[in-house]
Write a protein that binds this ligand. Sequence first.
Ligand SMILES: C[S@@+](CC[C@H](N)C(=O)[O-])C[C@H]1O[C@@H](n2cnc3c(N)ncnc32)[C@H](O)[C@@H]1O
Length: 303
Amino acid sequence: MLAEVTQHLSLHPGSIVVDCTLGGAGHAKRIADSIAPSGILVGIDQDESALDAAEDALRLGRQAILLKGNFGELDRLLVEAGIPYADGILFDFGVSSPQLDLPERGFSYHQDAPLDMRMDSLDNPLTAAQVVNEYSEDDLARILREYGEERWASRIAAFIVAARGRRPLATTFDLVEVVKDAIPASARREGGHPARRTFQALRIEVNRELEVIEEGLKAAVRWLAPGGRVVVISYHSLEDRIVKRVLSELAKGCVCPPDVPICTCGREPVVRVVTRRPILPSPEEVAENPRARSARLRAAERL
Ligand SMILES: C[S@@+](CC[C@H](N)C(=O)[O-])C[C@H]1O[C@@H](n2cnc3c(N)ncnc32)[C@H](O)[C@@H]1O
């Protein structure tokens, strides 16, 4: 959603922009072009290899500062970047195509590889192998239900526990086999790959994906200059629900009960939500890049 991101970030030459999820730097390149020659781009990613690739892709000049870190720690990272404020901040959640396509990262149920799924292989000690082999059956079922919205959560958790009792699950295909065995054949024929929801759930748990969204988004709004924009792209309803809730809370003014004659809460709106409904990718973009089909873009402006 390159055009939509640039449009909603409302970029100008000289803007200071933070890309909190640099990935393959597709958005960052477009942003850097729009704010040149005097703008500053800060690019953040928790994946060291994304930063290395972005450095080449951006052919770094003085206008880009790249930082390894989690946007859950945005305050610390932006202090480190030394910027005074931001005119635009972008979040494009989830995994990148390079992460999905490299079998050894363990994100793909189409390729056999060690069960890893860490976006940050350097500083995150928790792998998907540890989750499936060490979590209790109840915790596994809860994760599959909450993060995968998987209706067969309890059955899959029970099958994982039985399988690991015979030998630890080591690879993505070990897990795919167990999930296939757990889901009844009639249900397996519906709704895409049977392991899709299990993999989504484990990825979210391993990378604490949902926990950091609220912290990151609230910090981003604090860093925005008046008139500055935050743009967020989510890929599933769990992410989008958090984004929608946080932005509408920040857009809310007085929260006094309706029967109180004079406001006592003193609360003022901090942002104006620019996108009343989420913006979806065009059919052309989905045809070109099927991974974009579930993208939802929301934007807000700092008051
Ligand atoms: C969908 S990709 C971003 C693609 C990028 N916008 C582009 O145009 O190429 C998401 C990236 O964000 C990173 N990421 C996801 N969650 C993160 C977090 N909490 N903190 C920092 N980086 C994160 C991932 O490592 C991945 O490289």
